[in-house]
Structures are given as C-alpha cells and as structure tokens.
Design a protein around this ligand. Structure first.
Ligand code: PMV
Length: 324
C-alpha cells in the first residue's frame, strides 16, 4: 500500500495576502512574503488504498464525519499527476491550535501535498506541487519552502521564490497565544466578504505590489528596521480591510492590542522587534535572535497571554517516513 509521512511547518506572512482573484482555482489577489517557522509542526501520513470508497481524514485523532472537499480536490490533483484512482486515508496532527490564526492550513496542506506526492512516487521537488498545495490553502505553497519565501502571482497561477535560507538571516518569532479557540469566520469566507463589501479592498490590492517589491529588497538587504515598519504597516492595512468588511471581521481581542502596545514600547526602547497578526487574535513578534528573551519576558507578562511559542525559522516540508 503506497504510503508516506511528511512534516511541515506553518509560515507567517510579513507581507500578507487577503482576497482571491479566482475563488475556484484559489488564486490570491496579491502576492505575499512569509517566513517559515521551526517551532510549530504538522505531521501527516497519506496512504492510498485500493478498495477504499472515499478519501478519509483523521485530524488530531478525530475522524472527520463528512467528506472534506478541499482535501479531496488536492488528492485529485495528485492522483491526476500520478494517474492513480485509489482513494486515500489521511492522518494529520498539529502540535499547536488548529484554525486559530496560526496557519494550520498552510502546514496542513503542505504536509498533505508532500506526503501524498511521495506516496504516489512523484518527485517532492516538482514545482507543480505548489499548485496542488494552493488548492487547499493560498498560503500552503509557502510552507513547501523554508526561510523567507516570496509568493508571486503569474499570468496563470502563482510561483514561489525562496529568498533567504533560515541560516542567512536567523530571525526569531515569539507567538503570543491569546486564545485556543477556532476563529469565527474562516479566511476563505472572510476574504470573499472583504472583496465584495470593504471600501478599502481595492486600495489594498492597488497598493500591494509596492509593499511586496519593497519587502523583497528589505529582506535581501537584511534591513530589520525597514522590514519592521513595512510589515506592521502591511498588517494594519490588511486589518483595516477586515474591519471595514460587512459583516465586520474583528479578529482581535483586547489582549491583542495590549501586545501591540508592548511591542511598540520595546521598539521605542531600541529592542529589534515588530509584530504581525493574521486572521485570529494571536500576536506574532518577529525579532533579532539576541532580543528573543527580552521579547518573551515582556509578552509573558501581558494579562491575557495564555502561553508563548518561540522558535527560529524552519525548513520546507519534507518526508520523514515512507514505504513507497
Ligand atoms: O492560508 P489562507 O488562504 O487561509 O489565508 C491566509 C491569510 C492570512 O494568513 C491572513 C495572510 C497570509 O498571507 O498568510
């Protein structure tokens, strides 16, 4: 029975994507620039089994009650590449909260894609796998790669360009977990609502290419101060779109804002740190390695911070076990 296991890490965008230019193909409206984390991890085993009536998913030890259309679409894309008709059993585990703004969909679909490809004998470095991962989640192709990753729109799809390896600029990320519950509105639904209703959606898309180009330059130059300003601006611009969506997408909690204030005060005191926040209340503090202990100590004291997850930058999705 062809089976393989892969590990993948979530990634966090410093220049965000929010909105789709094609919902069917899950094509993002804008590019993005991310860092892959090493602290958090998804481990997924995919086994193709002749005679299985449908694809089956077990997530964090719980068997999914219904079919999972996005999962099946990813597996269909892999089956088409390998000309295989068998359904698959997928067993996936996250060592961090699922669906709470910690990019579990990115690591989940990256691990699924790599494990499924390896099980079917597809070269896991095949660039077509980026499009397979993207079917599951717009941010998943970035987790196929390590370090700093640029995801660009092309005429017909998207393309990832790894910019720097983790060792080239070993930033640290301290995640302040402020809630363990899942988000109320999925990114996918939220993006569709924003595109339809936010008066800031079009300016967000129109001003994005400049942010992405500048982000790429700042990363290449390893310009922390410049990247700090740009990443916070880009993050707040995305949340301005979210807040002005109808119905509004308020992903923040009071503690989210408290963390923003603490990080701002640290930076004014000369500590090299900035924040970014996705579709959830968690705050990700990105800092130079020498500042990690100071940043963690400050965030730990913020009332409402449940726990911290800290680490450096990680590698791309990879196979850990497989029996062909
Ligand atoms: O991974 P998706 O397609 O569910 O959406 C990710 C959206 C953000 O995390 C808010 C931004 C990003 O670029 O990661």
């Amino acid at each position: 029975m062809p089976s393989a296991t892969a590990l993948a890490h979530p990634n966090i965008a410093l220049i965000k994507y929010w909105g789709k230019r094609d919902e069917d193909d899950n094509l993002p409206a804008v590019g993005s620039l991310s860092v892959t984390l090493d602290a958090l991890r998804t481990r997924t085993t995919v086994s193709f089994e002749p005679g299985l009536g449908r694809d089956e998913l077990t997530l964090n030890g719980v068997v999914a009650a219904a079919e999972h259309p996005r999962l099946t679409r990813c597996l269909d894309a892999l089956r088409a590449l390998a000309q295989c008709n068998d359904h698959a059993r997928v067993d996936s585990e996250n060592d961090f909260p699922t669906g709470a703004g910690l990019a579990s969909s990115a690591s989940g679909y990256a691990a699924l894609t790599v494990a499924g490809a390896a099980a079917l004998g597809i070269d896991v470095r095949d660039s077509r796998l980026e499009a397979v991962a993207r079917i599951g989640s717009g941010s998943a192709p970035r987790s196929l790669h390590g370090g700093f990753v640029l995801l660009e729109n092309t005429a017909t799809g998207t393309r990832c360009e790894p910019l720097l390896a983790p060792a080239d600029w070993p930033l640290h990320v301290v995640v302040a977990v402020t809630s363990e519950s899942g988000k109320s509105t999925s990114s996918r639904d939220g993006m569709a609502d924003s595109r339809r209703t936010s008066p800031y959606y079009e300016p967000w898309v129109a001003s994005h290419a400049a942010d992405l180009a500048q982000g790429r330059q700042l990363v290449r130059a390893r310009d922390f101060a410049g990247l700090a300003q740009l990443a916070e601006h880009n993050c707040l611009k995305m949340h301005a779109v979210m807040l002005t969506t109808r119905p509004p997408l308020v992903y923040w909690l009071p503690v989210t804002l408290a963390c923003i204030e603490v990080i701002g005060a640290l930076r004014r005191d000369g500590v090299p740190v900035f924040y970014t926040i996705d579709a959830g209340p968690q705050v990700k503090a990105v800092c130079l390695p020498e500042a990690a202990d100071t940043v963690a100590a400050a965030l730990r004291q913020v009332p409402g911070v449940l726990r911290l997850l800290t680490g450096g930058l990680g590698t791309g999705a990879r196979i850990v076990d497989g029996n062909g």
